[in-house]
Design a protein around this ligand. Sequence first.
Ligand SMILES: Cc1cc2nc3c(=O)[nH]c(=O)nc-3n(C[C@H](O)[C@H](O)[C@H](O)COP(=O)(O)OP(=O)(O)OC[C@H]3O[C@@H](n4cnc5c(N)ncnc54)[C@H](O)[C@@H]3O)c2cc1C
Length: 191
Amino acid sequence: MTDVLIVGGGPAGLSAALFTQKNGLETTVFDTDDTWIHKAHLFNYPGIGSQDGSAYLETLRTQVDSFGVERRQQEVTDVTTADDGFAVTTDEGEYKGTYLVLATGADRDLADSLGCAFDDSLVDVDLSMETSVDDAYAAGAMVRAEEWQSIISAGDGAAAALNILSKERGEHYHDFDVPADAAATFGPDEE
Ligand SMILES: Cc1cc2nc3c(=O)[nH]c(=O)nc-3n(C[C@H](O)[C@H](O)[C@H](O)COP(=O)(O)OP(=O)(O)OC[C@H]3O[C@@H](n4cnc5c(N)ncnc54)[C@H](O)[C@@H]3O)c2cc1C
């Protein structure tokens, strides 16, 4: 049993994972590495001048790994509600968690099979990316008709994670760090 199960390891899924794991929720990401980011070259991601999409992904993977996210290169074939949460099924077994974030790009089949409401062909979410199924979130390309940009997917994942963290804390949660936190987290060279 983990806190957060995330299906999809593109910008949306890994962004959600970064925020939840960094703030104390055990997080597992399942991914098949078919992310569109491998096809992209980023000139339009604020703060990144010019970077190959796969290189950006490697940096993001290293970033989530440094906080302890468990990444599994496995295809999720089923998601269901379970006692106090959700269960995801892969070839290697069943994994349970309290919260679920679906971030499967343009593939919306798992959201459909879970019973999430749709708005036309898109998964229907609120501003926090929560679906009609309590504690199940959908983020990134799967909730958008055309606004397919990595920065938007990353923002969607962050919004989902902050909502999960707010539920856990029972009040609005802000993931605010200050310069001294860099040294505390990664050592004095980061000051
Ligand atoms: C040719 C091209 C160029 C682009 N150029 C740019 C650009 O210049 N700038 C920009 O901002 N964006 C660009 N994009 C768009 C950008 O890549 C996407 O907006 C972004 O990758 C979407 O992120 P996401 O996390 O929502 O979905 P994705 O990145 O598609 O990630 C979804 C992940 O979920 C995994 N997955 C799906 N189903 C399962 C399952 N059942 N089990 C486990 N894993 C699963 C997939 O393998 C994938 O890794 C480009 C896209 C393309 C195609």
